[in-house]
Ligand binder design. Sequence first.
Ligand SMILES: Cc1cc2nc3c(=O)[nH]c(=O)nc-3n(C[C@H](O)[C@H](O)[C@H](O)COP(=O)(O)O)c2cc1C
Length: 170
Amino acid sequence: MIRMKVLVTASSKHGATAEIAEAIAKEITRGGFDVDLIAPTEVESIDGYDAVVLGSAVYMTQWTENARAFISRFREQLRTVPVWAFSCGLAGVPNGEAQDPRRVGPALLDINAIDHQTFKGRLELTNLNLRERSIARMGAAPEGDYREWDKIRAWANQIVQDLKEHTPEG
Ligand SMILES: Cc1cc2nc3c(=O)[nH]c(=O)nc-3n(C[C@H](O)[C@H](O)[C@H](O)COP(=O)(O)O)c2cc1C
């Protein structure tokens, strides 16, 4: 049986999104697929992948520069494979919903993702540079780790189910 290959790649500045990508990669591997977990800047080609999971931290309502650069580099190819997208942010935390995906900017419009999910992230003021810290203060961003691992794993499992439905038999 041919094993499908999945690329999981996520842009993270302070590690929270990278750890979410790791959890997703682990879950998809457990589901029986070959998974490469590679930072967007390190991906040289997406040839040979049957699916791509692309994520980014959200800063100032946008996906990061690295995530947007990844989309520009692979725009055409990304239209030929199934893509799942996720954002990691803190808008609306802890009371409301996390970042409204429609506000994440035009990046996502380019990639016709099967699904886009927003996960709550983590903010640790001590890890930020001065500029980031003052922006976080102005935005009254709540410090803490709000990542919902069950929700993240459930989403990854949904991807596994969807991929299995499309796995060629034999
Ligand atoms: C300077 C700054 C700006 C941010 N802007 C947003 C934002 O516009 N929307 C949002 O949902 N979260 C925002 N956040 C929260 C981050 O998305 C959150 O901390 C995320 O988990 C960071 O992921 P990373 O550790 O992978 O970089 C911001 C955080 C900082 C420090």
